[in-house]
Design a protein around this ligand. Sequence first.
Ligand SMILES: NC(=O)c1ccc[n+]([C@@H]2O[C@H](COP(=O)([O-])OP(=O)(O)OC[C@H]3O[C@@H](n4cnc5c(N)ncnc54)[C@H](OP(=O)(O)O)[C@@H]3O)[C@@H](O)[C@H]2O)c1
Length: 343
Amino acid sequence: MSGLQSSDCGVRAHHSAFCNLSRRGSPHSEIQGLQPPTSNPQPPISAVVLGARGMLGTDLVSALRADPGFSRVEGGDLPEADITDEPAIQAFIAARKPDVIFNCAAYTDVDGCESRQELAFAVNAAAAGRVASIAASFGALLIHVSTDFIFDGRKRSPYVEDDTPAPLSVYGASKLEGERLVAERSRRWVIARTAGLYGAAGANFVDRILGMAKKAAQEKGELLGVTDQVNSPTWTVDLAAAVAALAKRFAGRPGEVHEVFHAANQGGCSRHEQIAFIVRCAALPVAVKPVESSAFPRPAKVPAYSVLNADKLRREVGRPMRPWQDALKEYLVTSALPRLLKS
Ligand SMILES: NC(=O)c1ccc[n+]([C@@H]2O[C@H](COP(=O)([O-])OP(=O)(O)OC[C@H]3O[C@@H](n4cnc5c(N)ncnc54)[C@H](OP(=O)(O)O)[C@@H]3O)[C@@H](O)[C@H]2O)c1
């Protein structure tokens, strides 16, 4: 394997097969960066995170516990905080009475949703509505996480919050119904739509590609990358910072809150571009061949284009979500590549 001398990652690799990328500050300094420049001091916010052991939930619990703006951060997941089990989830939340509930719990297997429609709607729609009702009964702010897959992908510029949803898949339809029920059942809600998540706590596309690229480099193989699916890959650490910042903006605001935000790392790329970026950052001598999505038939239809415009979030919290390349580079350096080197 030869190291890169210089790449689109904007760095030089000298010591190993992988880029010796320079750190731009810890993930948590990025989190701090999302705070509004001049926020009024407010008492620490108590929070419950549902889906707390999932990919986003794990990083969100860590971010909130490291943030002095939050106190009593507690997480729940299956089986102890099953959002489809009304008495159980009611009791879980009643025992804590948080100021803010973050709902990161979901059935996220996009292809699995096609054959398990009932489960998809039970978790992503009906249970999300139930959490909203429970939040409303305690006057808690609900921050509910949703998806770019509510859009049909026919637009060719980044989606804004007011664009008309038209999901192509059962997963997208169930998440859209979840949004509708959240808005119907609660008067204090924020919906944060995100996209293309990767993070250390979950099996994800970036880690899978790295594993495949390492193998391809050893076997002089190549990778295939789909060119006709474009989205905004997003690091869960950055999304956690964004939703924490939204909680701080709205938790202390009296009265009703009805807000939708797009929260994704900015810009967009095809799977092919993302894979090529990962391979370059890892300095692996692997060719990435462009192919169309028809080369990988799958049960669920996926939008051809679902880049999210996060300008509204930037205006609200005073800082932008950073470009997808910067976030992915930091994830690779601080998390994925060290793990791959150990494996
Ligand atoms: N991943 C993406 O690329 C992506 C993109 C756009 C939006 N989102 C949204 O972002 C949010 C977080 O996604 P993620 O990638 O972190 O998902 P994830 O890793 O699958 O985490 C979801 C968590 O919810 C749990 N869960 C499932 N059913 C539940 C139930 N009935 N009650 C309580 N918890 C339950 C899961 O447990 P099990 O693992 O045991 O099932 C898992 O721990 C979701 O709302 C998702 O729709 C994700």
